[in-house]
Design a protein around this ligand. Structure first.
Ligand code: IVH
Length: 679
């Protein structure tokens, strides 16, 4: 460290230039990715640049500036949020869900503006409203809407959101000296579901909808927690500006884009009620395909000067109107609660309800997650419940509704034995699990389907329904029997004809030779998704090596920590797993990925600086193809550092640690001595 500190005092000019250049490049690509949705470089390349900048800043801390892309996550949790006065009142919107209210709004506007009316229509994002303030192009403050006049200071947290620029772009438009904006913090529906699944796994309560999840994530005292939550920010309004003010809403959105903000892509001009209704029904039809929850559309007067003329009431501006969608929350009767066994043996309580229409979709079932959720919400059969659907999320029971004087049945309890195979159930945290992995019919069907799925063996024509049919008909009562199925046997099952039976038998035969990662994934080991399976494949190279691994050797694999290692070893150690795996191995031949050679097996390389005769990616592929590992930071375990043009601090570190450094020519010469052919 000492050596770096000395150097920090006299930062060489080219180092300063490199750091500046890296920041510019990172900002530019982050903008292309988050705002334009048009990335030009791979995520890996972005990470590499980012890591280079971070390493330089670590070595030369004097070079760190608060607006550096590395400085998004502040390290100190707050004791409490500061109260912040908004630049301008953050009013709410006049809203309704019926056409007559919309028509009245349009009439009022036409009357006030002598019929000279042009609108701009936008989706109404269902998130949490915030104010962002930029002074001389730097983000200085962010606050929640609060009561409209004052909110909570959430600057630290907003800085962690990648789509919020820490500095305004000035490539296409001048940056105003002061800019206060109104924006919406949202969470993607899919990410919301993942977050809830994690929360449930940990035994915490899930969020009721993406809006609560966004608002809750924003109000975390520890910015690390906010940073771990997938938030996005869309900007739609200028609250106040010192500098040239755009004169229409359309131009406002253009300006916001130029300054580097994410702006909704669904906005457009509208001239009259007819246009507005067309947009409303279009958005309603797309509601389930969008990444984000929307709860209606917002109609705004396009002309900003006209807005000033109209003014506002104490609640809302007169120039805007929210035309809402029908609610997706309804009340219905819970008929029964039924435990359902999934692929991994987890028994999930499912609510069966009197069918109810939720924004155009009839809903009669909802997932109640686990026994603790049922108890926490105190939901019992026969209760009146409020249900909701968020985006394409599975419907949820939000709460039960108290009915005075109605007698309720006893609380629901999880059965003691598996509803599918009658094995005694076991408790794992808030979850209840059937331990009969392979003989439980429900799990067996799930495991057949999983082994056949696209990312595993990819057996076409063998989906969920067929798997269940095989188990129900008794064609398969042991997973490996899948590979012994014959055409004649299939023809005895309803729904199979000569052609479909032949095709399936052929598809099963073809799946016997498969990639190692696909086989590992197909086994349905807890926590092992396809990405982890790929890492296991790269590390162990053969199924037998993988099977012999213990918790310690598993943790040498990228992305595997102690908990996951423990889960994997425990699963593989079970005798019924061993038996099934042995039998499956009689049919399936997993092959490791083809690689060019083994000349560099076990060697660890770090790259720094640009290469001339190949791209980083090609060089990486070439070396990995020979069994080398490419890592991003220099440590005492590094074997070689390859230094190209303008190398970063990794070179200094290599020198300090005494690691062999190769320039490009030396790398090529070294590869030749190892017998590696360079094309
Ligand atoms: S304009 C005072 N535009 O809806 C007018 N608001 O229910 C400024 N919202 O608190 C708001 N999408 O947080 C506007 N495209 C959009 C919006 C939008 C969502 C939110 C906003 C407001 C709430 C009112």
């Amino acid at each position: 460290m000492g050596i770096f500190m000395v150097m920090a005092d006299s930062q060489p000019a080219d180092l300063v230039t490199r750091v500046r250049k890296l920041r510019e490049t990172l900002r530019h690509h982050s903008y292309l990715y988050h705002v334009r949705d048009r990335p030009e470089i791979s995520d890996e390349y972005y990470d590499r640049l980012f890591n280079e900048l971070r390493a330089l800043e670590e070595s030369y801390p004097d070079l760190i500036t608060p607006d550096s892309p590395t400085q998004r996550i502040g390290d100190k949790p707050l004791d409490r949020f500061e109260t912040i006065e908004h630049t301008e009142l953050m009013l709410s919107l006049d809203s309704a869900g019926d056409i007559s209210a919309l028509e009245r709004f349009d009439e009022r506007m036409r009357k006030a503006l002598d019929d000279k009316v042009s609108y701009f229509v936008e989706p109404k994002l269902d998130g949490a409203s915030i104010e962002l303030v930029y002074e001389n192009g730097y983000l200085v403050r962010a606050s929640t809407r609060g009561d409209g006049q004052r909110g909570e200071g959430v600057t630290q947290n907003i800085r962690t959101v990648e789509s919020v620029p820490l500095t305004l772009r000035n490539d296409d438009r001048n940056v105003p000296s002061f800019l206060a904006l109104r924006a919406e913090v949202v969470m993607r529906v899919r990410e919301f579901e993942t977050l809830n699944a994690h929360l449930l796994e940990r035994g915490s309560s899930p969020f009721a909808n993406p809006r609560n999840a966004a608002a809750g994530s924003l109000r975390q005292l520890d910015p690390q927690v906010t940073a771990s939550r997938p938030l996005d920010v869309y900007v739609y309004d200028i609250l106040s500006i010192e500098g040239e003010r755009p004169d229409t809403q359309r131009d406002t959105l253009e300006a916001l884009k130029d300054w580097g903000f994410r702006v909704s892509t669904w906005c457009r001009p509208a001239q009259n009620v007819e246009d507005i209704l067309a947009f409303h029904s279009e958005m309603k039809a797309h509601r389930d395909d969008l990444d984000f929850e929307i709860d209606g559309i917002v109609i705004k007067l396009d002309d900003i000067a006209g807005r000033d003329e109209l003014g506002e009431t104490s609640h809302h501006p007169r120039w805007a109107f929210a035309f809402k969608f029908p609610p997706r929350k309804e009340v219905t009767r819970l008929l029964s609660i039924f435990p359902s066994v999934g692929r991994t043996g987890v028994v999930t309580p499912i609510a069966f309800m009197r069918p109810v229409d939720l924004g155009g979709v009839t809903v009669s079932r909802a997932n109640l997650h686990n026994r603790e959720e049922v108890a926490r919400k105190d939901i019992r059969e026969g209760d009146l419940v409020r249900v909701q659907r968020a985006g394409d999320v599975i419907p949820q029971v939000i709460e039960r509704i108290e009915e005075e004087g109605r007698e309720r049945v006893d609380p629901w309890i999880m059965p003691v034995t598996c509803p599918s195979c009658e094995t005694e159930l076991v408790e794992r945290g808030p979850y209840t699990v059937c331990p009969n992995l392979f003989d439980c019919p429900a799990q067996l069907a799930g495991r057949i389907q999983h082994l056949a799925s696209r990312q595993a063996l990819g057996i076409e024509g063998l989906g969920d329904e067929t798997a269940r049919l095989f188990v129900r008909e008794g064609v398969i009562d042991h997973l490996p029997q899948l590979f012994e199925l014959g055409v004649d046997e299939l023809l005895t099952i309803e729904g199979f004809a000569e052609k479909s039976a032949n095709n399936l038998v052929q598809a099963i035969a073809a799946a016997r030779k498969t990639e190692l990662a696909r086989f590992i994934f197909g086994l349905g080991i807890p926590e092992v998704g396809i990405a982890v399976a790929r890492e296991l494949e790269a590390h162990f190279q053969s199924f037998e090596n993988f099977r012999l691994a213990n918790s310690e050797t598993l943790q040498e694999v990228d992305g595997i920590g102690p908990t996951m290692a423990e889960q994997i070893t425990q699963f593989l150690a079970r005798s019924e797993v061993s038996t099934v795996v042995d039998e499956l191995r009689r049919f399936i031949e997993p092959v490791p990925p083809q690689r060019a050679g083994n000349a560099l097996t076990g060697l660890r390389f770090v790259f720094t600086g640009g290469l001339q005769s190949f791209s980083r990616r090609d060089a990486k592929e070439l070396l990995e193809g020979q069994g080398a590992k490419i890592i991003t930071s220099v440590s005492k375990n590094t074997d070689y550092v390859v230094a190209g043009e303008n190398p970063g601090s990794k070179l200094d570190k290599a020198e300090v640690l005494g690691i062999e450094v190769l320039d490009e020519e030396e790398l090529i010469a070294f590869l030749k001595t190892q017998g590696v052919e360079i094309l």
